[in-house]
Design a protein around this ligand. Structure first.
Ligand SMILES: C[S@@+](CC[C@H](N)C(=O)[O-])C[C@H]1O[C@@H](n2cnc3c(N)ncnc32)[C@H](O)[C@@H]1O
Length: 251
């Protein structure tokens, strides 16, 4: 069960400058045409569904899949009135979608969380038609940099995030390889670096306080040092960034 504010947070993150920029770029590269069937795997609260629906038009279909009931409630509430959008409950490892039926698909910041990313890519290969385009977006958390005078603690925080917090923390760098191994042809690989200047936003998205607390509890970072580091970030001025990799591939 996600925290109750998680859907709202995902929508805010998508609507921020960095979120808008890479999502817009992905949509353009997906070259979605009227009448097509577009699939959003791990659609969350549905940040991208309006743009997909607009592009496929009244003759097209948009399918959003997620396994989280709270996300599904929220996305159904938000898209209830749109006839072209179908929301389906399901697992990315066993997509509830007919094989060979999808023209365009995207999966955005989901593979880092799933049990078996290669199996999810195999499912995407199965449900797409020959000639389909698929967009994959994932971060590489090894590249997380947080500015602080205590650089050693920033490095320790990044190492803790990659080793103990995110399931497939370095999947961003492997996306093109995984896509090719699943049978796709990689058309474009892009890397962008979302920048955070607002401490509260970064704290929410990057889990600065929450993951530092875990790192302290696990004995990974000394408590006094971790608390000083976090307090210094809150004082500002603040800067953090990480690399987000986008891959467009064809079936
Ligand atoms: C970080 S959110 C991204 C949401 C959306 N893709 C976006 O760009 O705003 C990750 C989403 O993936 C979903 N998810 C994670 N693992 C999944 C799985 N195995 N099957 C289906 N959905 C999954 C979560 O429930 C969550 O809604």
């Amino acid at each position: 069960m996600p925290r109750p504010d998680q859907a709202a947070y995902m929508l805010r993150a998508a609507a921020g400058a960095a979120g808008r920029a890479y999502k817009q770029q992905l949509l353009e590269l997906l070259d979605i045409r009227a009448g097509q069937t577009a699939l959003d795997v791990g659609c969350g609260p549905g940040a991208d569904l309006p743009a997909l629906a607009e592009r496929v038009g009244p003759e097209g279909t948009v399918i959003g899949v997620d396994h989280d009931t709270a996300m599904l409630d929220e996305v159904r509430r938000r898209t209830g009135g749109w006839p072209v959008v179908e929301i389906r409950e399901g697992d990315a490892h066993a997509l509830p979608v007919e094989p060979g039926s999808v023209d365009r698909a995207k999966i955005d910041r989901v593979l880092m969380h799933v049990a078996r990313p290669a199996d999810v890519l195999a499912q995407l290969h199965l449900v797409t038609r020959p000639g389909a385009l698929v967009g994959l977006v994932e971060p590489d958390w090894d590249t997380l940099v947080v500015d602080a005078e205590d650089v050693g603690t920033s490095r320790a925080f990044t190492r803790y995030t990659t080793s103990d917090v995110v399931r497939h923390a370095t999947i961003g760098r492997g996306l093109a390889r995984l896509a090719e191994q699943a049978g796709f042809t990689v058309e474009t690989v892009l890397a962008t670096a979302p920048v955070f200047r607002d401490f509260q936003d970064a704290d929410h998205t990057l889990g600065l306080g929450r993951n530092m607390q875990r790192a302290i509890s696990d004995g990974y970072i000394d408590e006094a040092r971790g608390r000083r580091w976090f307090a210094s970030l809150a004082e500002g001025p603040f800067f953090a960034a990480f690399t987000l990799v986008s891959v467009i591939c064809s079936r």
